[in-house]
Write a protein that binds this ligand. Structure first.
Ligand code: NAD
Length: 666
């Protein structure tokens, strides 16, 4: 096995394909010494004989793009997740991961494919094209007695292990606490030693915006039930949902709203992203005229018909129009990339998208000031709509944190700082946490590695058979979701499906699929999930925002989940810093499991699948979350003799309150 990148000659420099989105110049404050290190770091991948030619080219990339991507090393043409048999490899996992990586970089799927960004403005598969080539080189040679180790996109090497060990262990952006902040992260990223993996970008488990459609659909539907009083068997017909962003993940909003029956207006400043969603059929109407957008929405509401409208313009302008014209909004959110608010994730009101890109590159301080001013107007408009009866929720993009960072302390519960949270809830706090995560329902997913649509049809049908729609309303929602999945045309990239399931639901489906592979009914399958799940992510502003025992700032759960999945033999395990909310604000992990039809895989699934989810439910139960306690009691009953989850005793609130009061009086 070669332990350097095989490179007899330098690939030709190639022109960029026009019309493909490009990442803006990234923030990089490097000293002269740092720049030298950055350059040496990038040249580590390249034989010395080419350094003279490449050094100025890499330096130019650092200067103009803020990062060294090694554009020249990107394979020519479109990358896409091909059927698994098209890939070379010595074990099925080595081939399967190549499908997943290439899918994450597909022009149709990725946000900035040339910069290896899959979604979320900065979420990369790895840092540069040299790493990409070296990872693929290793994956072709990897055997089922070895494990490939990847640290922030860099393939550290292949080490001996055993058949039941993970084939790939990867981490992204994990920083020592003192340096765990955006400024130090950006410096490290510019020097080529830190990768922002987002959640599934660096974990190679992104399946296009379908992945988030189901979560957004669940959130909207349950927000309607909880806040608008919609009965559990009804949808959002006649209601108006307003938000911003039609990018990588936010692109799901229109589609999810339509599936949930609502009329939706989604603002987007970048026309290329609107075009993509329109061509996919994920938004049905497009206009840059506010009056037209509102008329379309009102007509759909009157007829009770679902409709997703893209407004080409800034969300702040949209909100002002709605306020000035007294339009009632039922549900309101935002999915601009506020986790990277000063890196281009949020476009300030009053300037065009092109102007934002120019300002970002030429005058970062002015750009920051414009962002802050815009966020202030944005939250003032949300405050006004809320006073008029709109339910606003933060959709896990750090919007409220960004508003606070812009200097608005009135959104803090304690009026001073973010320590006690914000006056508006995060969607997990109110909706997804108690209604789904506390039961173990989370974004389970799979990819049919054969690339055959008929395999996906068969797995959809099999998954539906595994669900009892009469057990809980969540099961009925999931059953309906998978029943209609094909009709809703959600596949972008590989033949993949997302389906919220609880722990035992996931296990049942996983074992059924493995049996189907064994019987030759379908080709191999890659199982996984979003990191945004019951047990995979510690994030006080999002996934763990409904944990109220003080442990919401701890990262033990996500780390244990990662280690436990390794111990049980998942094929790929990942642990990242940041995710959807930004550096230092979350630790998140995920897994990939290749179903090859073997009994060995059955055994791994039987212990790993329940652990992956129930570890999270157990922690939520220990935090005294009611639905999680109920779920753990049932789990303990059903799994007596093998598993046993610690259950909390619940102290009486009045007793505790009185005791503390008395103690303070003394
Ligand atoms: N809650 C979740 O489950 C979840 C999942 C994934 C991502 N996220 C978060 O949501 C955010 C969006 O993710 P993404 O992958 O779609 O990112 P993205 O960068 O691809 O898309 C954001 C879009 O917002 C648009 N935009 C920015 N400012 C705007 C403005 N003022 N008005 C109108 N449009 C504006 C951008 O042009 C862009 O297309 C990120 O912060 C991400 O971390 C949340």
């Amino acid at each position: 096995m070669d332990c350097v990148l095989k490179l007899d000659r330098l690939p030709e420099k190639k022109p960029f394909i026009e019309g493909i989105r490009r990442a803006p110049r990234r923030d990089s404050v490097l000293s002269e010494h740092d720049m030298e290190i950055a350059l040496k770091n990038a040249l580590r991948y390249i034989p010395e004989k080419f350094h003279k030619e490449l050094a100025p080219e890499f330096m130019e990339e650092l200067k103009t793009r803020g990062r060294i991507y090694g554009y020249r090393f990107r394979p020519e043409g479109r990358l896409w997740g091909k059927p698994i048999d098209c890939y070379e490899g010595k074990c099925i996992e080595g081939k399967a991961f190549q499908v997943m990586i290439d899918n994450n970089l597909d022009f149709e799927v990725a946000l900035y494919p040339y910069e290896l960004v899959t979604y979320g403005e900065t979420g990369q598969v790895c840092q540069n094209w040299m790493q990409y080539l070296l990872i693929k080189q290793y994956l072709k040679e990897l055997t089922n007695a070895q494990t490939l180790v990847i640290e922030s996109g860099h393939p550290l090497g292949v080490f001996r292990s055993h058949e039941n060990a993970p084939r790939v262990i990867l981490t992204n952006g994990l920083m020592v606490g003192l340096f765990d902040n955006p400024a130090d992260f950006n410096r490290a990223a510019a020097m080529g030693v830190a990768n922002y993996g987002q959640m599934t970008a660096g974990g190679w488990m992104y399946i296009g915006p379908q992945g988030i459609v189901h979560g957004t659909f669940n959130t909207l539907l349950n927000a309607g039930r909880l806040k608008l009083g919609i009965p559990k068997d009804k949808d959002l017909a006649g209601r108006l949902f307003v938000s911003a962003g039609l990018g990588g993940m936010s692109g799901a909003q229109g589609k999810a709203a339509e599936i949930a029956g609502a009329a939706a207006i989604i603002a987007e400043v970048d026309y290329s992203r609107i075009e993509t969603r329109y061509q996919q059929g994920w938004v049905s109407k497009v206009s840059d005229d506010l009056k037209t957008c509102v008329e379309w929405a009102q007509e759909a509401q009157k007829e009770g018909k679902p409709l997703a409208i893209a407004y080409h313009g800034n969300v702040v302008d949209l909100l002002h129009y709605l306020i000035n014209n007294n339009i009632h909004v039922d549900l309101l959110s935002d999915q601009t990339s506020c986790h990277a608010v000063y890196e281009g994730g949020y476009c300030p009101v009053g300037i065009s998208f092109a102007e934002r890109t120019r300002l970002l590159a030429e005058d970062h301080e002015a750009f920051k000031a414009a962002v802050n001013a815009s966020l202030k107007q944005h939250i003032a408009a949300i405050d006004e709509l809320s006073r008029r009866g709109t339910y606003f929720f933060d959709y896990g993009n750090s919007f409220l944190k960004a508003v606070y960072d812009a200097g608005v302390t009135s959104i803090c519960k304690n009026g001073e700082n973010e320590k006690d949270g914000f006056v508006y809830p995060s969607y997990v706090e109110d909706i997804l946490g108690p209604q789904l995560f506390d039961y173990g329902y989370g974004p389970f997913r799979w990819v049919c590695l054969s690339g055959k649509p008929e395999d996906l049809d068969k797995t959809d049908a099999a998954a539906m058979d595994c669900i009892d729609p009469t057990r809980r309303y969540q099961d009925r929602d999931n059953w309906v979701w998978v029943r209609d999945a094909k009709k809703n045309k959600m596949v972008v990239g590989t033949q993949a499906r997302i389906l919220y399931q609880d722990a035992m639901g996931r296990l049942k489906i996983a074992l059924r699929f493995n049996e189907m592979v064994r019987n030759g009914e379908i080709g191999p399958v890659m199982l996984g999930r979003d990191h945004h799940d019951t047990g995979g992510t510690d994030s006080p502003f999002r996934e763990t925002s409904n944990i109220k025992d003080g442990s919401n700032i701890m990262a033990d759960m996500a780390t244990q989940c990662f280690a436990g999945n390794a111990a049980r033999g998942m094929s790929l395990i990942a642990l990242h810093n940041g995710g959807g909310v930004g550096v230092g604000k979350s630790i998140n992990g995920g897994f990939g499991m290749v179903l090859d039809g073997s009994e060995r895989v059955d055994r791994i699934l039987s212990s790993a699948m329940p652990w992956d989810t129930m570890g999270g439910v157990a922690r939520r139960a220990w935090a005294r979350n009611e639905n999680a306690i109920e779920t753990c009691l049932a789990y303990n009953r059903d799994n007596e003799g093998t598993d046993c989850i610690t259950i909390p005793h619940l102290a009486d609130d009045a007793l505790v309150h009185e005791t503390v009061l008395n103690a303070l009086k003394d």
